[in-house]
Design a protein around this ligand. Sequence first.
Ligand SMILES: Nc1ncnc2c1ncn2[C@@H]1O[C@H](COP(=O)(O)OP(=O)(O)OP(=O)(O)O)[C@@H](O)[C@H]1O
Length: 230
Amino acid sequence: MLVVQQLSHTFLSGTEPTQVLSGIDFRVEKGEMVALLGSSGSGKSTLLNLMAGLMKPTEGSILIAGRNIEKMNENDLAVFRRSHIGFIFQSYELIPHLTVRENVELPLVFQGVKGKVRRERAISLLSRVGLAGKTELFPSQLSGGQQQRVSIARSLITEPAVVFADEPTGNLDTKTEEEIIDLLIELNMGHGITFVIVTHEHEVARRTKRIIQLRDGRLVDPDIQAGEGA
Ligand SMILES: Nc1ncnc2c1ncn2[C@@H]1O[C@H](COP(=O)(O)OP(=O)(O)OP(=O)(O)O)[C@@H](O)[C@H]1O
């Protein structure tokens, strides 16, 4: 599903080259829910940007659904990203002048899917994330947790191979954070959605079945991780 092989990345933008990731190797199988845990500056955003195809790595490869994304050109990558990768952001990134339902439909508009089909799929997903009665409201009329539910529904509408969630509960209080993680777990267990959740919060990571930990741009050995958690 997602395979990261010998991935390294060096930024050349400053006065000196900065190596931010070195020799990253892991795979995430279909239907897994994995936390990518690391403190500030450990390289999480860089790794996420590489896996999402937003930057090219200096070394190594990334396969999603069997395709090498670092070898694709800009156009192919944009099309691939739209249909195979879902995104959930810390700050929801909803469009304020579109209704909840229209926000969820949007990825299908770009794919040229007909209005009726889009609407039905969006309404069904919104009911799955607990927002059945809110479809015609605007994002500003919802709480933060509800807005994140909209963004979760939007991330799923193209039936992507993998959904990347970048600090999905970063803007939420503890209770709402738990509810959102509960929802992600339910979508994973009940519908087999593959999630990679990027977080610096141990509480969030602990709720997933598997934790991949980054420290100073390298993966922490799983045996060491297990020892640290004990
Ligand atoms: N464009 C860039 N040019 C040079 N260095 C960069 C660039 N982007 C990030 N870095 C450096 O790479 C390192 C990792 O940054 P990154 O944003 O990936 O970490 P992070 O784990 O996501 O941190 P945070 O949780 O604070 O967002 C940092 O030391 C950062 O200064």
